[in-house]
Write a protein that binds this ligand. Structure first.
Ligand code: NAP
Length: 491
């Protein structure tokens, strides 16, 4: 790292007259001088990025003589007071527990913009934030919270190597605009998060661990455990109880492969179920201007994650299915079957019905996987950004339902006549492919109900702003009504 740090960020910068370019940009009277308090990892990366963006940088250290060698020659390293006095904007790259040691700089920093880059050790729910604390310490300065979501490494490498968005917040719009401009010039995209009261949220951002994925992933794991145990009882425990011969070899591949498509199908149905609930709730309420219950709101916003979990299970199922004939057990079974047929004198074991079933089953599976892949790709922000709203909803809603139909058809064809064979109901339990069809069939029937013209028309009106409780019925003069408006209480 020290070697990396001592290398210039822009290759050949010094040799190709970088200082001259810097001088040119510094001659612009609007270019502010940037101060950085602290000489740690963050300060060093920030200083280099700022210099590469054409800023004059002055770093304030408690011991400048010791720290000067850590910075490129374009950066001035001086005392904290000198840096605070010279700079127009000051980045506070000091751990928050040491913010109070900077109060001696109060008068030098008065009227200036202070950028608080500090991060907490964990999620702080109660506040106040470090930025608010810094603002209390320096009431005459304008504190802006930001850059804490970038690591020293990202700053060192620049925006081309990763995160480009930088959330910022602060009470002074002038100070925020100044920091936004610096941010832009460094190649990052500032995201205005509002007033300093949002700083707690900005400070907590680097500590979130996939918050929107928690429930979908938990749901996927629970479903997998349920279906795995269900199939384990049917495929392993039942033969053990009945014949005394355990088929434990099925545990790593066959049982897993029987559980994965069930999870994929249920998760896909769970993508479209909240939309149905929302539509029926709106029909029931007769308005769209009423908030959905919190659980439904959260479910609606997690649909993308549910869909991607479904895609993961479907892809894994496809890979497992392709590997089935590679197993030794499959080869033994095949050769045993062939031997039994020869022994029984069967010359041709071709079964038209079985052949058709398999062809249709595989074809529907491939189509469903293809459509799911399309949904997964278009849910990526970079791809979604290239689509307009109509294209996005066409893919995610119409093609999504097509994926649900083909995946359901894939399972139905797998069931074919097996669903009616008594041998498929060990311990009186229905096979998992029957169980798994309940939810998707329910969702598809619900969707069909919403397509009925009388229902679709009313839903369309509600979504265009029509409200049942504000409906005015005009009556012709002479009819039994007051002022031509009937049911005034409803207006
Ligand atoms: P660091 O390497 O430990 O540097 C902190 C610097 O603070 C020291 O080098 C020291 O410089 C200065 N300092 C001033 N007063 C001090 C005091 N009383 N006691 C100790 N040090 C004092 O820390 P860092 O990693 O650069 O982080 C600095 C700030 O940036 C932190 O608030 C951190 O949360 C934030 N941040 C860091 C990263 C990262 O990737 N490192 C990412 C996002 C945010 P002098 O001795 O020269 O005065």
């Amino acid at each position: 790292m020290p070697d990396e740090m001592s290398r210039p960020l822009v290759p050949g910068w010094r040799e190709s007259g970088g200082s001259r370019q810097l001088e040119a940009s510094l001659s612009d009277p609007n270019t502010p001088t940037i101060g950085i308090l602290g000489t740690g990892d963050f300060s060093r990366s920030l200083a280099r990025r700022l210099v590469a963006s054409g800023y004059q940088v002055v770093v304030g250290s408690r011991s400048p003589a010791r720290s000067v060698a850590l910075f490129p020659e374009e950066v001035e390293v001086s005392s904290q007071m000198e840096a605070a006095t010279q700079a127009d904007v000051v980045f506070v790259a000091v751990f928050p527990e040491h913010h109070s040691t900077l109060v001696t700089l109060k008068s030098a920093l008065a009227g200036k913009t202070l950028v608080d880059v500090s991060n907490s050790l964990g999620i702080n729910r109660d506040g106040p934030s470090y930025a608010e604390h810094l603002s209390n310490l320096f009431p005459d300065s304008f504190v802006v919270k930001g850059f804490n979501t970038l690591s020293a490494w990202t700053l060192q490498m620049g925006p081309r190597h990763g995160i480009r968005q930088v959330p910022l917040c602060g009470n002074s719009s002038k100070a925020k605009d100044l920091v936004k401009h610096i941010c832009h010039r460094m190649g990052f995209i500032p995201v205005d998060m509002g007033f300093l009261s949002s700083s707690l949220e900005v400070e907590n951002l680097p500590h979130h661990l996939f918050p929107s994925w928690r429930i979908p992933v938990l749901c996927m794991l629970c479903l997998f455990i349920f279906f795995y145990l269900y199939n384990f009882i049917q495929e392993v425990i039942h033969p053990l109880v009945k014949t005394g011969k355990g088929a434990f070899y099925k545990m790593p591949i066959e049982v897993v492969n029987a559980s994965l498509p069930s999870v994929a199908l249920v998760m896909l149905a769970l993508v479209y179920l909240p939309g149905l609930f929302a539509a029926f709730i709106q029909l029931q309420w007769g308005t769209k201007y009423k908030r959905f219950p919190d659980w439904l709101d959260r479910w609606l916003t997690a649909r993308k994650q549910f869909g991607l979990c479904s895609f993961l299970c479907a892809v894994t199922h496809a890979v497992y299915s392709l590997s089935l004939p590679l197993r030794k057990s499959a080869r033994y079974k095949l050769s045993n079957m062939a031997y039994q047929q020869v022994k029984a004198g069967v010359e041709d074991s071709w079964n038209d019905e079985e052949v058709w079933r398999m062809e249709l089953y595989v074809s529907a599976g491939i189509m469903a996987l293809g459509l799911l892949s399309l949904l997964a790709v278009t849910s990526l922000p970079s791809v979604a950004n290239t689509l307009n709203w109509r294209e996005f909803t066409f893919i995610q809603s119409s093609l999504g339902f097509c994926a649900l139909v083909t995946a359901t058809a894939h399972t139905l064809i797998f069931g074919w006549n097996r669903a009616f064979a008594a041998a498929r109901y060990p311990f009186y339990l229905p096979p998992s492919f029957v169980l798994v069809l309940i939810l998707p069939c329910f969702v598809l029937c619900g969707r069909l109900a919403l397509l009925l013209p009388c229902v679709a028309g009313r839903l369309w009106k509600i979504r265009r702003g029509w409200e049942r409780s504000r409906q005015i019925r005009f009556a012709l003069p002479g009819e039994d009504c007051r002022n031509g408006v009937e049911d005034v209480s409803n207006v």
